[in-house]
Design a binder for this molecule. Structure first.
Ligand code: SF4
Ligand code: SF4
Length: 188
């Protein structure tokens, strides 16, 4: 598998200690195609005043995402299914065509009131994020494609890449037949 990760989050939360060796540079999930802004959030972001667009929203502290290779081989298509067998795991394709693995998980420093418990020392990926790039402030959906289940992915696969899908089905069927042959069965 050539899962090349891009430690990222819709907002920012990547836990450095948990970053796999495949991680690349952080980025953010945004409906905008421009590079994430590095402008620090304003003070209103901290206070989450009622008029601020982030008021009562904590969505960008509730997940991490890693960029992965676009699947092009049978094995890579299989990995996508494997990821999606897990609860709290999604795969999405952004508007640049980049593929991402998303894991829904609340940051441990997110306070019950929706504020950041480590605001002054929050990771740079949190600091760099500009809420104006957030998909919630744009009319366009955040992602071009979003898969929350294996079935959703297979449906997309069959429709969008029919020839590759046929090859993948043949690949799976071949593996099933090989596994069914007695001499190949492993006796535990
Ligand atoms: S509105 Fe967007 S930037 Fe603001 S907290 Fe929610 S997800 Fe994050
Ligand atoms: S460190 Fe703070 S800003 Fe960053 S994800 Fe956690 S709660 Fe959100």
């Amino acid at each position: 598998m050539s899962l090349q990760g891009k430690a990222m989050s819709r907002k920012r939360a990547n836990t450095p200690g948990n970053t796999p060796p495949i991680a690349k540079a952080p980025s953010t999930k945004s409906s905008s195609t421009k590079a994430p802004s590095t402008k620090p959030p304003g003070k209103t972001h901290l206070k989450k005043e009622g008029a601020h667009p982030c008021h009562e929203c904590t969505a960008c502290c509730n997940y991490i995402a890693l960029e992965i290779d676009e699947p092009t081989t049978n094995r890579e298509y299989d990995y996508i299914r494997w990821y999606l067998f897990r609860p709290n795991v999604k795969v999405y394709v952004d508007w640049d065509g980049d593929w991402h693995l998303q894991v829904d998980s609340d940051c441990q420093h997110l306070l019950p009131n929706g504020l950041c418990g480590v605001y002054e020392t929050r990771p740079n990926i949190c600091r760099d994020f500009d809420w104006r790039d957030c998909e919630k402030h744009n009319d366009d959906p955040a992602e071009k494609w979003l898969f929350t289940t294996s079935e959703e992915f297979l449906s997309w696969f069959a429709k969008q890449r029919p020839k590759a899908f046929q090859r993948y089905e043949a690949f799976c069927e071949n593996l099933r037949q090989e596994a069914a042959e007695p001499e190949l069965l492993r006796v535990i």
